[in-house]
Design a protein around this ligand. Sequence first.
Ligand SMILES: CC(=O)SCCNC(=O)CCNC(=O)[C@H](O)C(C)(C)COP(=O)(O)OP(=O)(O)OC[C@H]1O[C@@H](n2cnc3c(N)ncnc32)[C@H](O)[C@@H]1OP(=O)(O)O
Ligand SMILES: CC(C)C(=O)C(=O)O
Length: 561
Amino acid sequence: MSFDHRKYAPFPTIDKPDRQWPSKRIEKAPLWAAVDLRDGNQALIKPMSVAQKKRFFKLLVELGYKEIEVGFPSASQIDYDFCRALIEEDLVPDDVHIQVLSQARQELIERTFESLKGAKKAVVHIYNATSPTFREQVFNVDKEGCKAIAVKSAEWVRDAAAKQPDTEWSFQYSPETFSATETDFAIEVIDAVNEVWRPDQGQRVIINLPATVEVSTPNVFADQVELVHENIRYREHVLISVHTHDDRGCGVAAAELAVMAGADRVEGTLLGNGERTGNMDLVTAGMNLYAQGIDPEIDFSRMKEIRALVEEITEIDTHPRHPYAGDLVFTAFSGSHQDAIRKCLARYTPGDIWRVAYLPIDPHDLGRRYEEVVRINSQSGKGGVAHVLERDFGISLPRWLQQELAMVVQQDAEEDGGEITGERIHRRFNGDYLNVPAGWTLRSYDLHRADDGVRARISVGDEEGATVDVEGRGEGAMGALVDALNRRHGWQIRVEAFDEYSLGDNTEANAMACVRVQVGEQVQSAVALAADTTAAALQAILSAAGRVAASEAEQPARARA
Ligand SMILES: CC(=O)SCCNC(=O)CCNC(=O)[C@H](O)C(C)(C)COP(=O)(O)OP(=O)(O)OC[C@H]1O[C@@H](n2cnc3c(N)ncnc32)[C@H](O)[C@@H]1OP(=O)(O)O
Ligand SMILES: CC(C)C(=O)C(=O)O
């Protein structure tokens, strides 16, 4: 096996010290062109049927795309039939351009125009590759020969369009492999094509600059696009478009820098299906604008529908980490992320500028739920566990108890190795803290405040259902109960932590109390819900004491065993 980087040459950089694009900002959406039905389609294992293309086209129109490349009608009967269906069934809204691709060959161009008879608005898109590799190895032509292919095909397009004057024509030319072509030569070819089409005389012309294969870092592509933007003839009459692929994983970045460098239009596909690693992803590019407060002019609130249709038709699953669309892109498992998200969400008021840690956009905007944002596994911390209990069960815990519960949940997660659901956390919370140990149920209490504190008589239901009364004295009700239990069991209970809350009116229990006690070596915590705060506090103490007793009962048994 050979793995030797010396087999490859670095891409030459562009000497352009006056480059302008690095200090430009994108302030509005470019004109988008969706090429799913052509470039996306030609890369599929199973190309689309006419019926599938119709459904895809309908979605693209509904989302807001105004330029849609619908196929390569001279190459495939399905694409030809689809064009005819769009036109004959009047499926194209007046403000939408359908676009079709053809090689720079006369018979193919003629068939292309035939497929478009009766169209209201159409873009005829022709291409020939211009890079040295293609000139020398594929077409066996020199630069003049390569330019001649482009010019000849521009003439065929012009002449064919003149014979179908009822259609509003746009002409598009792509110097295929532009990014691997000497830029001055690409400009020479583009100028030659425009001399045929004369955009300055009213013909709508799109010059599309493809990174057919992504061969450089996006800054180099931006330099190339800026050179075209600054140097082609008739620039002000021409739309500059870019068409990037993702071979180096930078298709979106390259398109974005290209727009900063002067491109007016961007071609891509929904979720990036396309040749090899795919085309530039229209979803990511559009949502990147949205996340900067710029209207992408495309309705991505229908993300679920977009994903479902693309997956169904392409038979390609969406990666769970696909920007904006993947299952896991709005989910945090790790503790510090969850903590920050929880705090920011608690402060966020609808209408404010979105400033939530770790969430570049509000998941709600894409039809996602906050429920999926925080999920628990062994990487999670107290913030995440607390968030899940609050969000799913309306239970807010004091910080010390959040810490305790999180440790228990983490042990479960480590033993389990996977995710711990909200229900399981809730069960753990109920079992370990909220459940009243048998024989420790508060039945009633009677309190008398005197000069020396509070005297309490407390009735506790025992395991057989009988009631046991205990009496004690303390500074408050809790103190009196602690005193009573100490006397009865010979303990020295120390209340380490205590918190109580009034709950909303819509709950059966009006109060919740959380307590942690220490008895000898033992530390036990408990939570109680009750009709009032005193009852909740007393029950919490009783439950914690019940756990101490149960544990004491277990220890000798264990020792005997
Ligand atoms: C970067 C891109 O995505 S470009 C779009 C690519 N998409 C497709 O190719 C999908 C549809 N294509 C097809 O169905 C077929 O390729 C067709 C119908 C267009 C042509 O089919 P064929 O005539 O059988 O030729 P084939 O597919 O092998 O194409 C190679 C021939 O076309 C020539 N050719 C390739 N691209 C172009 C072009 N843009 N302009 C003119 N000629 C071209 C080649 O030089 C070669 O010519 P040769 O036969 O004289 O050596
Ligand atoms: C035809 C052109 C635009 C193309 O698809 C490419 O170069 O990738």
